[in-house]
Design a binder for this molecule. Structure first.
Ligand code: PHE
Ligand code: FE
Length: 280
C-alpha cells in the first residue's frame, strides 16, 4: 500500500485569503438556508455538532478532534483526487481525504472536481453519524477488495448512488444524505423537487449495474429507509455478487425497469435552470 504520509499534505490554513473565506461563507450560508427541510436530520445534527465554521474555511485539526471524539474519524488533507488504492486505504483506516483549495467566485455553482466546501461541508457532517461512519470504513475495505477482484466500476456506482447522491425516506418525506447533492445549491432543490429525475428504492444489485453521469444532475436517485438498512445490504461478501452482475447488462442512468415504482417529486415546481453538478 502507498504510504499515507507521502500523499497527504498540510492544510496551511493561514494561507487562505480573506476572499477565500468569504467564498466559503457565501456557499455555507446559501446551503444552510436551502438544506433545512431538505437534508436529513443526521446531516443537520452532524453539521451542528461540528460547529463547522459559518465563519470561514474551518481548521481541519479542530474538526478532526471533534469528529474523532464522535466516531473515530479524522480528516486527511490531500492535494486533489487521490489514487484509488490510497483513497480506499484511507477510508479503511477512518481517514477522510479532503481537498484544501476552495473554488473561485465564478465557480459557485459548478466545479468539475471536489473542493474543500464539498469535502468538508458535504461529507464530514455525515461521518458524525456512527452507522454511516461504519459504512464508510466498510466501503474502504470493500474498495481494496474490489481493486483486487477487478470490479471497481460496480463498487464505484454504489459510492456514487449512496455516499454522493443518496436520498433517504423519513416520516417527514424524502431527504438528502448524499454529499454531492448537499454541497450543490442547484441539485439540493432539483433532487427533491424536480419532476424529471427518477427516485427509486435502493437495491444493491440494481445500483451496481447502473451507469451515471458526472457532468450534470442525476437522472436517477436511489432511496434508502435508514443507514442500518444500507449497512446491512452491503455487509455480504461482494465477490459472488460481482460475478453475478458481470453476466448482466448495464442499466442506463435514466432507465426504469418493469415493476419499479418511482417516488413522486416532493414539490413539483416550474423548471429552473439546469446547472451542471460538480464532479465529486
Ligand atoms: N461487503 C463488501 C464486500 O465484501 C464490502 C463493502 C461494505 C462494500 C460496505 C461497500 C460498502 O466487498
Ligand atoms: Fe465527494
Amino acid at each position: 500500500m502507498d504510504d499515507i504520509r507521502d500523499c497527504t499534505i498540510e492544510q496551511n490554513r493561514w494561507e487562505y485569503s480573506a476572499d477565500e473565506h468569504a467564498v466559503w461563507r457565501l456557499l455555507f450560508d446559501r446551503q444552510q438556508r436551502l438544506l433545512v427541510g431538505r437534508a436529513c436530520r443526521d446531516y443537520l445534527d452532524g453539521l451542528e455538532g461540528l460547529g463547522v465554521a459559518a465563519a470561514g474555511i474551518p481548521d481541519f485539526r479542530q474538526l478532526s478532534d471533534l469528529l474523532d471524539r464522535a466516531t473515530g474519524w479524522r480528516i486527511a488533507p490531500v492535494p486533489g483526487i487521490v489514487p484509488d488504492a490510497l483513497f480506499f486505504a484511507l477510508l479503511a483506516r477512518r481517514r477522510f481525504p479532503s481537498t484544501c483549495f476552495i473554488r473561485r467566485r465564478d465557480q459557485l455553482d459548478y466545479l468539475a472536481e471536489p473542493d474543500v466546501f464539498h469535502d468538508i461541508c458535504g461529507h464530514v457532517p455525515m461521518l458524525m453519524n456512527p452507522v454511516f461512519a461504519d459504512y464508510m470504513q466498510a466501503y474502504g475495505e470493500g474498495g481494496l477488495k474490489a481493486l483486487r477482484l477487478g470490479h471497481l466500476k460496480e463498487l464505484a456506482r454504489l459510492y456514487w448512488y449512496t455516499v454522493e447522491f443518496g436520498l433517504i425516506a423519513t416520516p417527514e418525506g424524502l431527504r438528502i444524505y448524499g454529499s454531492g447533492i448537499l454541497s450543490s445549491a442547484g441539485e439540493s432543490v432539483y433532487s427533491l423537487d424536480d419532476p424529471r429525475p427518477h427516485r427509486l428504492r435502493f437495491d444493491l444489485r440494481r445500483v451496481m449495474r447502473t451507469g451515471y453521469h458526472i457532468d450534470r444532475y442525476q437522472e436517477t436517485y436511489f432511496v434508502i429507509n435508514d443507514f442500518a438498512e444500507l449497512f446491512a445490504a452491503t455487509r455480504p461478501d461482494f465477490a459472488p455478487i460481482y460475478r453475478e452482475i458481470a453476466a448482466l447488462a448495464e442499466i442506463a442512468p435514466d432507465a426504469v425497469l418493469p415493476g419499479e415504482r418511482p417516488w413522486k417529486a416532493a414539490r413539483a415546481k416550474k423548471e429552473g435552470p439546469r446547472v451542471s453538478a460538480a464532479r465529486v
